[in-house]
Design a protein around this ligand. Structure first.
Ligand SMILES: [Zn+2]
Length: 155
């Protein structure tokens, strides 16, 4: 598995931000193939990163999140993107395409719901509304009660 696949989605995004903000101060390839790097983070001195591309989980970083654990942290991801800028572009473009697709899908679903509701009979609507009010969150029910002045005796 590649390094990005081993990282959580949040770490990849935070790592991408670090990369864009030029937080990777230096990196170099060592003789035995892995990379060492320094990344500026929240502590005063920069974090030391060791990146093993063949075995991502062997990678090391002395930040509190990853130190001593087999975790791919944002600092490692930032170094990875610094070594492979094309991968950073690819990640960003794919994320944008995905977001666009999700938005289109949401619009389609919304349109379907709108059409469906417009064709519902009054009795169906009443039933659906009551179901939403009783099964939905309390604030929604309370809002409905207040908005329609239903918290007083029925007249
Ligand atoms: Zn780290």
């Amino acid at each position: 598995m590649g390094l990005l696949e081993c990282a959580s989605g949040a770490s990849v995004w935070r790592g991408y931000d670090y990369y864009i903000e030029n937080k990777v101060l230096s990196f170099k390839k060592e003789e035995n193939g892995y990379y060492t790097a320094t990344v500026s983070g929240s502590s005063k001195s920069p974090y030391m990163v060791e990146l093993h591309l063949d075995h991502p989980r062997k990678s090391k970083c002395n930040c509190p999140h990853a130190n001593g654990k087999r975790i791919i942290c944002k600092h490692m991801v930032a170094v990875y993107f610094s070594i492979f800028p094309d991968e950073a572009k690819r990640f960003y473009n794919e994320a944008m395409v995905y977001e666009e697709e999700q938005e289109k899908r949401q619009e389609l679903i919304y349109e379907n719901v709108r059409r469906y509701v417009s064709k519902m009979k009054k009795s169906e609507l009443q039933y659906a509304l009551l179901e939403l009010l009783f099964d939905g969150p309390d604030w929604q029910y309370d809002h409905f009660v207040r908005e329609n002045g239903l918290d007083e005796e029925w007249r």
